[in-house]
Design a protein around this ligand. Structure first.
Ligand code: PGA
Length: 253
């Protein structure tokens, strides 16, 4: 069961459960891969997309969904963590998706967390996206404070891939994954808001009651840098796919 509506120019689909919402996002990604030659996907890390990635892996195993012709660009990476560090976003993507499907490793792009020249790494990342023809479908999650990727409140609309400082809140949230506080990364490379807004389509998945206020701020609050996700309202093709818990503070609910 789902409810579909438009709020502030964003197509909002509300599903009863987080599983149903993840299934809907897996359907969007599958459709993009199967209908477009040389599909370019923008991918996200975090707890939210894990179920969706599992569904894509199952479809690869059981229904022959092929990633052989797909190129991927991830949103962000921690500075200081090499690809083989267990908490790197590269390691996350390998474990959750890439190791289990037929995507070619050399077509899976994630900013390097150990680049000697970070600003060169950022501009090269932007060029690689352009050379690949731009992102067809960008998958996004939503932070409790309205962040998208590591674009925290205050990130400019025109921001591109760059080094950012993690907020104390994010550092604290991450501390549980590291041996001690000292090893928690303080910086990251993230695609910027302008980079994200250049994707042809954006699909955001948000689940759980703890995100309800952020969802409401994104679609019903003011558009501005204080809520980076609200800036997606400047994009013509955004789908917001949520479960009932995450939609609880929307008027539609
Ligand atoms: P989460 O992170 O999926 O782990 O909640 C989303 C985000 O902060 O962008």
């Amino acid at each position: 069961m789902s409810i579909e509506t438009q709020i502030s120019g964003i197509s909002v689909k509300v599903y009863s459960t987080s599983s149903d919402a993840s299934e809907a996002v897996a359907n969007e990604i599958t459709q993009e891969i199967t209908t477009r030659d040389h599909c370019v996907l923008g991918l996200a890390t975090g707890g939210t997309p894990v179920d969706c990635y599992q569904r894509l892996v199952e479809r690869h195993r059981n229904s022959g969904l092929s990633f052989a012709d797909v190129t991927t660009f991830n949103l962000d990476e921690y500075i200081g963590l090499a690809a083989d560090h267990p908490q790197s976003y590269r390691a996350f993507m390998q474990a959750q998706l890439f190791d289990h499907v037929d995507v070619r490793r050399e077509r899976t792009w994630i900013p390097s967390g150990v680049a000697e020249d970070v600003s060169l790494e950022c501009t090269t990342y932007e060029s690689r996206i352009r050379e690949a023809g731009g992102i067809d479908l960008q998958l996004l999650g939503l932070g409790h404070n309205g962040h998208i990727a590591f674009n925290e409140p205050g990130s400019p609309l025109e921001s591109r891939t760059r080094q950012v400082e993690l907020t104390p809140e994010t550092i604290q949230k991450n501390a549980r994954f590291f041996a001690d506080d000292e090893s928690v990364p303080r910086h990251a490379i993230t695609m910027g808001i302008a980079t994200i807004l250049e994707a042809r389509r954006i699909v955001m998945l948000v689940t759980g009651s703890s995100k309800a206020a952020a969802v409401s701020a994104m679609v019903e609050g003011p558009v501005g840098v204080e809520c980076p996700a609200s800036l997606l309202r400047n994009h013509p093709q955004v789908q917001l796919i949520v479960d009932e818990a995450a939609a609880a503070k929307l008027d539609v609910s």
